[in-house]
Design a protein around this ligand. Sequence first.
Ligand code: BES
Ligand code: MN
Ligand code: ZN
Length: 489
Amino acid sequence: MKIRVEEYNPNRKTPMLCGFVIEDSDKILGLSKIDSKIAHHVEQALIDMCGKIGKIAVIPTGITAQRILLAGIGKKEKFTNDTIRYVSGKIAQKAKELKVKEFSIILPPNAVADPISSVSQIVEGCKMASYRFEKYKSEKEHIVPELVIISPKSDKITKAIRTAEIVAGGSVFAKSIANLPPNECTPTTLANFARDMAKKNKMKFTVISKKELKSKGFGGITAVGQGSKNEPKMIIIEHNKGRTTEKPIVLVGKAVTFDTGGISLKPGEKMDEMKFDKCGGCTVLGIMKSVSELKLPINVVGIVPSVENMPGGESYRPGDIIKLYSGKTAEILNTDAEGRLILADALSYGEKHYSPRAIIDFATLTGACIIALGTNVAAMISSNDRLKQKILDASKRTTEELWELPLNDDYMDMIKSDVADMKNVGIGRAAGTITAAAFLRNAINDTPWVHIDIAGVAWTQVATKEKPYNPKGATGFGVRLILEYLQNL
Ligand code: BES
Ligand code: MN
Ligand code: ZN
């Protein structure tokens, strides 16, 4: 999507001039004068649509602005950090529907909303809403119109636009890989996509393959991956733009390219959705792409353990006891609890090799997370209050919602095994999201750690609240969140 800024000029020709309208107000924000030839049309349209959030009205005009689009943003007291993003997404959808080649959005004035936040939200909302997964459609319907932002020009605005473009780009990149079908996206092809991205952005790229994973003691990744002819990989990308002495932030993401459950086979219903079990890894790749494009002056490492969880003659089984990268042993009681096994290896590796100042992991880890929090809020579990607070602050700004769950020693006890150090399931279905996190907690020592279970939010499910910038499929949840956190370090 092409984006540019222009100062307001009533004589400029444009196919569609778009402005925001507060609920029950009689004006378009940022537009003081309206051509007298059409003023009464606009007045009537304002009354009819009454500015309710997400409502759109298009008025054909026959003047220099061929159409005027009114976009309701609701009551001012109800504004959130998502209002402008959400409504901008609606505008972008309308622009696409009308097949205009360009649409201009008037930045709301200072007094109504912070211009930097608004402009970022406009760019993110429009760019993310313009993405469609249509790689496998013979007929591509998609022409993306150009976005013009009507605002006084300044370096700050230009920079905010560029930043938001990169952030939205990371999210779109994450979605576009996460949406790929499991026959096309295996651990090997995922590693290839990651390599291409890393090379393009001049980041250090390493991949650890099956033999080496086994010989180096990655017992979790090896066990889960052994049932598939698509071999496991561990992807590592490094962005080193901080001081050499500065400890990095390590990001870890679960990338199970397809989760059948293995020998503990899942039921058939909705099993196709388990192509999205790689979303945590895709989120990490999206973040890394943007981190490098933003040239953030910090050190960040992305680690993505990737496997396909399949049943077969060589699969790991319930009853197996394996040794993880940490040296701890785990009794397998359910091969469908595979995510924690591959993540444990990756977390231990990340802590051991990088002595990071923080580790943050993303995973579509537990169905229990959907039962607990639904499909619009992700679960967060942390070992460090300071880190946790920073992530929560970022979440307030990006509106990717998190809710914290507790992790005390009683939960840690729930995954103790009779025959090994741990077992890979808790007690029955009790606190399934927390017992999974308890397993991960065992993989690291004292490094500040935040775990984010994105099982409910990583792709659009039946109960997902519709948002124009989250079209059907993967959502890229977490990309904007972590970029917000990293930019404020
Ligand atoms: N990838 C699934 C979790 C999942 C299921 C995410 C449905 C989103 C939608 C994970 O590997 C899994 O199967 N977890 C099991 C764990 C259980 C066997 C302890 C689960 O949640 O049922
Ligand atoms: Mn599973
Ligand atoms: Zn899984």
